[in-house]
Design a protein around this ligand. Structure first.
Ligand code: GDP
Length: 304
């Protein structure tokens, strides 16, 4: 992840640092290279453009060029801008899951089929029930609302057994909104702290999917609506995020397959496109392969 972007930026900055004095033209030339590197990493064009414009303005506008170490200062400006692009300090850690409502706190998971939604539902449930988010262990109930994909509900039940988290008993033929209603009632009656709703995905965003998400959200009144997107899908991930965020009130994003060789564009564009923080990164198939997303750390990794 980020390897090629990191190499490209490393080259640009080594050249900048290597020179004693910098002119405005030097900075502008370097920023053109940064822009190309970002686009090659699949960063959305408007995001890359805004990023580079902002850095250029800061670097040229402040007394950076007249300082003793202009190259170093430009790199610092890029670092700060990257951290901001990745979501700043906000939404990074587990505490940012908004669970402070009257229980059960509902976490609704949305996303396309194959994005890793069901796996991520179980990963978050495991962390919550294991007391890894905040200090206390949460009593978690998971329910699958996916009536489209054969065996989706069974898949969640199997994961529940593995991680020792309760799942809502399956009633064949029941529709998503009714399952959500039943899950909420069960969670209330049985004293669960958190209810996780694994909603249906589709291969593509469509009107029926969005209508279903909105109807479920209305019934379940979720404290969190987390969009799960596959970081390997690059620009597509960004388009999917844009679509969902236009129609469903997301509270955050989970990027899966960060263990793969994604070029990084999805991670870098997500905040700008959705306005919402990336809260977690999926880093493998195992159920403990989930990390809180820390913008500073990721920026540090990119800049080497
Ligand atoms: P859903 O259709 O969105 O519910 O997707 P699933 O949760 O069934 O995941 C699809 C596949 O992706 C499964 O084989 C998961 O094990 C795998 N997967 C999910 N998240 C990750 C991740 O972060 N890294 C890797 N390598 N695989 C993942």
């Amino acid at each position: 992840m980020f390897d090629s972007l990191s190499d490209r930026l490393g080259g640009v900055f080594d050249r900048l640092r290597g020179r004693g004095a910098l002119t405005e033209a030097d900075v502008r030339a370097a920023m053109r290279e940064v822009r190309v590197a970002l686009l090659e990493a699949d960063v959305a064009l408007p995001v890359a453009r805004a990023f580079v414009d902002k850095i250029t303005e800061t670097a040229v506008g402040q007394n950076v060029l007249r300082s003793i170490t202009p190259g170093q200062q430009v790199v610092k400006i890029v670092n700060d801008a990257l951290v901001e692009m990745l979501g700043g300090g906000e939404g990074a850690a587990t505490a940012e899951l908004e669970l402070g409502v009257t229980p059960p706190a509902v976490i609704m998971m949305v996303g396309l089929q194959g994005s890793g939604k069901t796996t991520t539902t179980a990963k978050i449930a495991k962390r919550l029930s294991g007391g890894q988010m905040g200090r206390d262990r949460k009593k978690v109930l998971m329910a699958s609302l996916d009536v489209n994909r054969p065996n989706a509900q069974e898949q969640l039940a199997t994961l529940g057994t593995q991680i020792e988290v309760a799942t809502l008993p399956i009633i064949a033929g029941q529709q998503p909104v009714d399952i959500a209603r039943r899950a909420l009632q069960a969670a209330k009656l049985q004293g669960f702290d958190v209810l996780m709703l694994d909603t249906a995905g589709r291969l593509h965003v469509d009107a029926a999917l969005m209508a279903e998400m909105q109807a479920v959200a209305e019934v379940a009144d979720p404290a969190e609506i987390l969009l799960v997107v596959d970081s390997l899908t690059g620009q597509d991930a960004v388009n999917v995020a844009q679509n969902f965020s236009d129609q469903v009130p997301l509270t955050g994003v989970v990027l899966t397959r960060m263990d793969g060789d994604a070029r990084g564009g999805a991670a870098l564009s997500m905040r700008a496109v959705t306005g919402k923080p990336i809260k977690f990164a999926g880093t493998g198939e195992k159920l403990d392969a989930l990390e809180a997303f820390h913008a500073e750390r990721v920026a540090g990794r990119i800049l080497g």
